[in-house]
Design a protein around this ligand. Sequence first.
Ligand code: KG4
Ligand code: ZN
Length: 338
Amino acid sequence: MSDEPIALGIETSCDETAVAIVDGDDRVRVNLVYSQATLHALYGGVVPEIASRDHLRKLPQLLAEAFAQSGVSKRDLGVISCTYGPGLLGPLLVGMSFGKGLAYGLDVPFVGVNHLEGHLFAHRLDAPQAGPPFMALIVSGGHTCLVRVNDYGEYRLVGSTVDDAAGEALDKVGKLLGIAYPAGAKLEALAQTGDPKAIRFPRPMRGAPGFDFSFAGLKTSVSVYLGKQPDANPEDVAASFLASVVDVLAEKSVEATRRHRLKRLVVVGGVAACQALRARLAADGKRHGLDVRFPSVGLCTDNAAMIAAAGGYRFRVLGERHALSLGPDPKLSFAEVG
Ligand code: KG4
Ligand code: ZN
């Protein structure tokens, strides 16, 4: 084991309670993720107050389990990092208060991590050799953006959604099709037996200048279609809608990578777990001579290993730490990182 500080990561920005411990040489010692999805499924989306209370209930259990499973003790910790935004205010507040309390009690440096930068570090954990510069597509339930990564900690926002995130659209269309939240993976499973050409849904922002995305209108198109065709085959609707989402994400991210004269495209965030997107981008990347990378599926969706890795890097390599007065920032954007 290296002498570099061991990082504890805490992630509570939405409905996953996650605690992880990552070595100074970026080896994941333990990565625990508890999903509250079944609690929120009843309401068709995340209820912030329920999420906050459940994070508070679950965090101490996960921390104890993380120490027990990894053999790391609290005295071994060299840095504590927590997501400080973007996300839901209450859930962020719970995770940060917990992390800051630990940092204060143990007299260990505290680092607040931008959740979006955290997703990038999921890639670094899996493939440290495939480093920057690269184009990153961050595509999740809360975010869809293209970021030029010149180095870790040095970013330029290239494009982002002007309304819904891609994952949000998947979840909302899933709801229309009667699929419980979060719908992404189940919608993809449904789509596998459908015909992606059965219904021609729009490809929003295709051909528009720049690299912004829009998914709200696409979701409305599906809703209007289902209103007119209530007996439509759900498999075909799912497949045709997913084909539109994948087309737009793949075309824009490949084009942005090429336009920026980069050779690598890194796709992270919950929707990066989508097999259809992975297959399509792998093929497009091959055709254009791009090295397209995805983290392993378990590191695509929200987790704390990526938060520990990002905080560990900022502390170790960039010499950063935050005062314990740092508060949550629900609307934190990528423009504020770097
Ligand atoms: O990164 P993430 O866990 O949370 C946010 O930061 O938002 O992403 C969650 C999103 C949800 O919208 C979920 O439906 C979607 O990722 N998702 C998927 C898959 N697994 C999760 N979408 C498509 N295919 C999947 N296999
Ligand atoms: Zn996320």
